[in-house]
Write a protein that binds this ligand. Structure first.
Ligand SMILES: C[S@@+](CC[C@H](N)C(=O)[O-])C[C@H]1O[C@@H](n2cnc3c(N)ncnc32)[C@H](O)[C@@H]1O
Length: 334
């Protein structure tokens, strides 16, 4: 009984905190599930981690659920439960949002300029690696002129509204090495993996879906080096593979929430040690939810809203900005 109540509360809270005002379809669906004993019973048959709302929503859309009112969605879930639950057991939420490059770019460019070297980008929790191509995308900050290294399709122009004085670059930094680590790297060459990434984009977010398809095209032309592994174990060997004349930038975005508290602390300590090691330049850029990276939230104002969805951008452990979760806003703190 207690478990059933927990699942209902999880969906109710997800509707309120994550979807309200952002995805009316998912708001209605998650609210509906939270009040639906039949669906809650099916979810409660799954291991706890697999009852996650975003996982169910992605799996339902992967199997063809259309943005319909809740009663029709409910019927779809019941009819296709065998396939949907199988996908929930086999996959996890790995949303890959290339738009986050808009908030990472100012730091990447500043690091390249300060160090006077090209970047070796190492992303932990890279999913399919679409954030490893900041130099292949275009940017328009505050609806200003296009910033890019050459012609880019409209779908790959990242629009970002800023406040404060972010160090917006005049040109894109050069990247001489790009590699990622993920527990389960998704392959851009695999149509099923790409379909899963598309299913994870929420129904109303058409521009994000177009961006995803275009970014997959970039990565298909120049596939990233993706290592299957754990950020706690496999980062340092990967750093050794970066060219010696590049400045290593280890970065991550929307990843540490999946890592337990002690794992986050150990990772933070590893990164602070690596950035302090003068034998080779290593920088650390983190873009995570408020309070996820231990040790930085205390210095920051929480947004004055009921639900603070803004991420915290840090450089070498110091908070520099609050950012929109998909890279749509950049509020510079310095
Ligand atoms: C929500 S996705 C974010 C992907 C990408 N960073 C982005 O911003 O678009 C989180 C990714 O972190 C990966 N991940 C979670 N824990 C991890 C760990 N301990 N080591 C490596 N990857 C991990 C997941 O597999 C998933 O692909």
């Amino acid at each position: 009984m207690a478990e059933k109540l927990d699942t209902a509360a999880w969906y109710r809270r997800f509707a309120l905190v994550e979807t309200r005002g952002y995805s009316p379809t998912y708001d209605q669906w998650c609210t509906g599930i939270s009040e639906d004993p039949d669906l809650l019973a099916l979810l409660d048959d799954l291991p706890e981690a697999k009852r996650q709302p975003n996982l169910l929503l992605g799996a339902a859309r992967f199997h063809g659920a259309q943005p319909t009112p809740y009663p029709e969605f409910r019927g779809f879930l019941l009819e296709h439960w065998a396939q949907i639950s199988e996908t929930m057991l086999a996959r996890s939420t790995q949303t890959n949002e290339a738009g986050r490059c808009a908030v990472l770019l100012p730091l990447f460019a500043r690091i390249a300029a300060t160090e006077g070297r090209p970047l070796a980008l190492l992303e932990v929790g890279a999913s399919a690696g679409l954030c490893l191509y900041p130099d292949r995308y275009g940017y328009s900050y505050d609806a200003g002129p296009l910033l890019s290294a050459g012609p880019v399709p409209n779908e790959l122009v990242m629009e970002c509204a800023t406040t404060g004085h972010p160090p917006l670059p005049a040109s894109l930094p050069s990247v001489s090495f790009r590699a990622g680590i993920d527990l389960n790297p998704l392959r851009v060459a695999d149509d099923d993996d790409v379909a899963w990434l598309e299913a994870l984009v929420w129904p109303e977010h058409a521009r994000r879906r177009e961006r995803l398809r275009a970014a997959v095209g970039v990565a298909r032309r120049e596939p990233p080096l993706l290592v299957k592994g754990d950020l706690a174990v496999d980062l340092e060997p990967l750093i050794q593979r970066a060219p010696a004349d590049a400045v290593v930038v280890v970065f991550h975005s929307a990843v540490l929430a999946y890592v337990g508290e002690s794992g986050r602390e150990a990772f933070r300590d590893t990164m602070l040690r690596l950035t302090a090691d003068r034998s080779r330049p290593v920088h650390w850029v983190s873009n995570e939810g408020y309070g996820v990276l231990p040790g930085v939230e205390g210095a920051l104002p929480k947004a004055d809203v009921e639900v603070d969805r803004l991420f915290v951008l840090t450089h070498n452990g110091e908070a520099v900005a609050r950012t929109g979760g998909h890279g749509q806003t950049l509020d510079w703190l310095e």
